[in-house]
Design a binder for this molecule. Structure first.
Ligand SMILES: C[S@@+](CC[C@H](N)C(=O)[O-])C[C@H]1O[C@@H](n2cnc3c(N)ncnc32)[C@H](O)[C@@H]1O
Length: 232
């Protein structure tokens, strides 16, 4: 009887904990690297919030990340193999050229052996083509932050930088071939990289990640990478 009462009390306590902290029972962890401000869209369509716990890291304390720090050295914050996924949206190009391999190695270190890194960033080849075709100041499209020119796409959003957001400056650039090579050099078992509109979309796969399962999940979330050029 006492045992039954104790078990019932424990069950109630577990439920209370789940409601008090809904994230506690989510099965998977994703690191949003260079997260910027918190918002649902910024987590990306692949990461359904009912299934994923998001941890945000950013260099800028002004965006109130969970961890203020650089994605180039996360050893003080995260253990090896402690994440199921990395989401890096428009953040790698903010690193200096020599820092990108360091950040990718950090991504690989903290990923589990069946995890993956989903990366999107400007496609430098497309940006250079727009630059040469239209000139630096031509408005290519309107974003929520205002008009975007080839100069913004290449060197970082000018208005944000002028307003004091210095971490918004771009310090390097990636092409599909370069990102593929860097992912492989960082130790990812496979790299899928696609050029789409102004951006690159890439998945770095860990050794025990099933490429087809991940690509199917991405396609279901509206991100079809099945036609990505295979680079050997
Ligand atoms: C263009 S914003 C992208 C924000 C968000 N991921 C998005 O897609 O909207 C780039 C972000 O990367 C951050 N950042 C720049 N260098 C970083 C670094 N070394 N480590 C972590 N975050 C960095 C900036 O502070 C900024 O918030």
């Amino acid at each position: 009887m006492y045992l039954l009462m104790t078990m019932a009390a424990l069950q109630t306590r577990n439920q209370e904990l789940r409601f008090a902290s809904p994230a506690a029972h989510k099965p998977r962890r994703v690191l949003n690297a260079g997260s910027g401000l918190k918002s649902i869209e910024r987590l990306g369509t692949v990461f359904d919030r009912s299934e994923w716990d998001e941890i945000r890291i950013d260099l800028d304390p002004g965006v109130a990340p969970d961890v203020v720090g650089s994605m180039t050295d996360m050893r003080a914050h995260f253990n090896a193999q402690s994440f199921d996924a990395i989401w890096s949206s428009h953040s790698l190009e903010h690193l200096h050229g020599h820092e990108i391999p360091v950040a990718l190695a950090e991504f690989r270190r903290i990923l589990k052996v069946d995890g993956f890194a989903l990366i999107t960033c400007p496609d430098l080849e497309t940006v250079m083509t727009l630059f040469l075709k239209h000139g630096p100041d031509h408005v290519i499209y309107q974003s929520p932050a205002g008009p975007i020119t080839p100069l913004d796409m290449m060197f970082g959003h000018g208005r944000s930088i002028a307003a004091g957001h210095v971490h918004m400056a771009h310090n390097s650039g990636l092409t599909a071939a370069r990102l593929t090579n860097l992912l492989r050099q960082a130790g990812f078992a496979d790299a899928v990289v696609k050029r789409h509109e102004f951006d690159l979309w890439a998945v770095g796969l860990m050794p025990r990640t099933d490429r087809n399962v991940i690509l199917r999940k991405m396609a279901a979330a509206g991100l079809d990478l099945s036609d990505a050029t295979r680079r050997t």
